[in-house]
Design a protein. Structure first.
Length: 277
């Protein structure tokens, strides 16, 4: 008799294939902004709403700040970036936010989020170009900061795709983000089964066309990573983490042709809006 093929028991994640995506709560209609105003939540386009499970969160509210509340700002004090209230007390929220960000980041990984959509320019959630004020007004404010929560999360878990609502409005950026989210979801499925060298290679084979589409050079780098791997260096799980970290980084680098297409599309849309007015 021929040996029976082992039965693979489907996990809940494989049955419910919707990836989990954490989203700044103000972007999904929650009144959590410092001024209590609602945010236009049109960013969650139909293809996003129907294809992911949304996990809303708000760092400021979750560290105990009410709504409405004084606005917060990033301040450079002696070379260290601090998160402070703009009220007269200039309450320093840095330690509270750092502790929360570490715990919340670990929680997101424990529930296997496959991506995060952050609020643009936010002092806690901005991905880039967040204003950093200088101590006592000395020197000009710099538009080079990163939200404190986002900085901690992306440092701890660089393999999780992130985007803000500004970039999400651009067609190519949105498609790219969804591609990375879906790839991350597949990675989590493999993670639940347990990594072996064969499974890392299988993952590469199943996602190779996607990676090559967004970044052919990145695809070649990943192939070299697998070809050069020896079990003497580290185990298969470490290889899997190295692979997904490199893959997500390489895919997030959009080709210049796609960026140009976005610029042309945005220009056409702006002209149409002007004509309509």
């Amino acid at each position: 008799m021929s040996p029976k093929t082992p039965i693979h028991i489907l996990t809940l994640r494989e049955i419910n294939m919707q990836p989990r995506v954490a989203v700044s709560a103000c972007l999904v209609g929650h009144q959590v902004r410092h001024d209590g105003r609602m945010v236009d939540a049109e960013l969650l386009f139909p293809e996003l709403n129907s294809s992911v499970e949304i996990i809303p969160f708000c760092p400021e509210v979750e560290i105990g700040l009410g709504t409405p509340r004084p606005a917060t700002r990033l301040v450079n004090r002696n070379g260290n970036t601090r998160l402070e209230c703009t009220s007269e007390s200039n309450r320093d929220l840095t330690q509270e936010m750092v502790k929360f960000a570490q715990l919340k980041s670990d929680f997101f990984i424990s529930i296997q989020v496959s991506g995060i959509i952050f609020k643009q320019s936010s002092t806690s959630c901005g991905i880039d170009h967040v204003v950093v004020h200088q101590t006592d007004g000395v020197g000009k404010s710099q538009l080079n900061g990163q939200g404190m929560f986002t900085k901690i999360f992306t440092t701890l878990y660089p393999y999780i795709p992130v985007i803000d609502e500004g970039k999400l409005k651009k067609s190519s950026q949105r498609k790219n983000f969804l591609s990375r989210v879906k790839m991350m979801q597949k990675w989590w499925v493999m993670y639940d089964r347990g990594w072996t060298l064969d499974r890392v290679r299988t993952f590469h084979g199943e996602n190779g066309m996607l990676i090559h589409h967004w970044n052919p050079d990145g695809f070649r780098k990943l192939k070299v990573l697998l070809d050069d791997y020896t079990e003497d260096e580290y185990n298969a799980e470490t290889l899997a983490f190295n692979y997904i970290t490199m893959a997500q980084k390489e895919i997030s680098i959009l080709p210049s042709t796609i960026i140009m297409e976005d610029m042309i599309s945005n220009s056409i849309s702006q002209k149409r809006d002007l004509i309509a007015e």
